[in-house]
Design a protein around this ligand. Structure first.
Ligand code: HSE
Length: 321
C-alpha cells in the first residue's frame, strides 16, 4: 500500500513578548506520522507510540485523526487513510505536541493526494485541529511547525482566534545563523487550556507599551542580527508573570540561564518547558546545564534539547508504494 512518513518539529510559541503571534521551529524533538492510503473511506489510527496510552485512538477525538478527517472532507475524497503516530515529545509540554502531530499527518496525507491543498489551506485545517486539542485556534505552534523558521502571525482584523476562511498572514522572519535555542522540559504537565484560563483579559497600559516595544524590537533585532536588541526585547511583561507559578522553579531557571549568557529566557508556549536563546552552541549547552542543575537539585526529572532554529519545517522521511 502507498504510504508516506513525515517528521514535524516541536515549536516554541510566544517567544517571550509575542503571545499568540511569534513562534519558531526546532530540530528536535518532533513527531513522526506514517500515513497509508486505504480504499475504505475512513480514517483509522492503527497505532500510537510514545504517549503512555494517554491519547485517544478514536480518529475524531485525536488531533491528528481529526486533521486527516477534515482534509479528506475538504478534497471530497472517497478514499481513506490509516495513521501510525509516533509521539517523540512529551504531551502537554509547551512544545506544540498536538501541532506537530497534526502537521506530520497533514503533510503526509497531502503528499499522498498529490499536494491538492496549499500550505495555507493545510494551516486552516491545522487550526481547527488545534482548537480541538486545546480549545483555542492559536497559530503560533501550527504555523512554525508547518512553514518552519521563525514566524510572525499577523491576524485578520477580527481578532486572534481564527474562523474558517479567515486565515492570518504567516510572515517569515530572518534568523541570525548564530542563534541557538535551549529548551528544558520539567516532567510535569501543564494543559494549554488551563494555562490560558489563568490569564487576565486586561493588560495595564504601561505593560502593554513595553510589550509592543519588545515585539517590534525583536522583529527589528532579527532583521539586523542585533543581538543586544534581541536580548532587550526578550522580556514578557504580560503573560510570564501570570504563568510562572505553574512551572516549578521558573525564576531560578531563568536566572541560571541569564547568568550563563542567555540573550533571554521565558516560558515555551504555555509551559512547562522553558526556552533560552543564545549566540552559540557552547553557550546553549552551558545554559542547559545551568537550568538542569536547578531542577535536579529539587529532584525534578527533566530533559534538555539544544537546537538551532529549524528553517526547513516538516520533512518526508520515507515513502512506500
Ligand atoms: N500562544 C499559546 C499560549 C501557545 O501561550 O497559550 C500554546 O502552546
Amino acid at each position: 500500500m502507498k504510504s508516506v512518513t513525515v517528521f514535524a518539529p516541536a515549536t516554541v510559541a510566544n517567544v517571550a513578548c509575542g503571545f499568540d503571534i511569534f513562534g519558531f521551529a526546532v530540530h528536535e524533538p518532533g513527531d513522526v506520522a506514517k500515513v497509508t492510503l486505504c480504499d475504505k473511506p475512513v480514517v483509522e489510527i492503527t497505532s500510537i507510540t510514545g504517549d503512555g496510552g494517554k491519547l485517544p485512538k478514536s480518529a475524531a477525538k485525536n488531533t491528528a485523526g481529526f486533521a486527516a478527517i477534515r482534509y479528506l472532507e475538504t478534497i471530497q475524497s472517497d478514499r481513506g487513510v490509516a495513521i501510525e503516530l509516533h509521539k517523540k515529545m512529551p504531551l502537554s509540554s509547551g512544545l506544540g505536541s498536538s501541532a506537530a502531530s497534526a502537521i506530520a499527518v497533514l503533510v503526509a496525507i497531502n503528499t499522498l493526494f498529490g499536494n491538492r491543498l496549499t500550505k495555507h489551506e493545510l494551516l486552516g485545517i491545522a487550526l481547527q485541529a488545534e482548537k480541538l486539542a486545546c480549545g483555542s485556534a492559536h497559530a503560533d505552534n501550527v504555523a512554525p511547525a508547518l512553514f518552519g523558521g521563525f514566524v510572525l502571525i499577523h491576524p485578520s482584523d477580527s481578532g486572534l482566534t481564527f474562523k474558517e476562511n479567515e486565515l492570518p498572514d504567516i510572515v517569515d522572519l530572518p534568523v541570525p545563523t548564530a542563534l541557538h535555542c535551549t529548551i528544558i522540559h520539567p516532567q510535569v504537565e501543564v494543559r494549554t487550556a488551563d494555562a490560558r484560563n489563568v490569564l487576565s483579559p486586561n493588560v495595564p497600559l504601561k505593560h502593554a507599551v513595553r510589550q509592543w516595544a519588545n515585539t517590534a524590537g525583536l522583529v527589528a533585532g532579527l532583521f539586523r542580527s542585533d543581538f543586544a536588541l534581541i536580548s532587550r526585547s526578550l522580556n514578557d511583561y504580560v503573560i510570564e508573570p501570570q504563568r510562572a507559578r505553574l512551572i516549578p522553579h521558573f525564576y531560578k531557571m531563568k536566572q541560571a540561564a541569564i547568568e550563563s549568557g542567555a540573550l533571554g529566557c521565558s516560558i515555551s508556549g504555555s509551559g512547562p518547558s522553558v526556552f533560552a536563546l543564545s549566540q552559540s552552541a557552547f553557550e546553549a549547552q552551558k545554559i542547559g546545564q545551568a537550568m538542569q542543575i536547578v531542577l535536579s537539585d529539587h529532584g525534578i526529572a527533566n530533559q534538555v534539547y539544544i537546537s538551532k532554529i529549524n528553517t526547513v519545517g516538516p520533512q518526508i522521511i520515507a515513502r512506500e508504494g
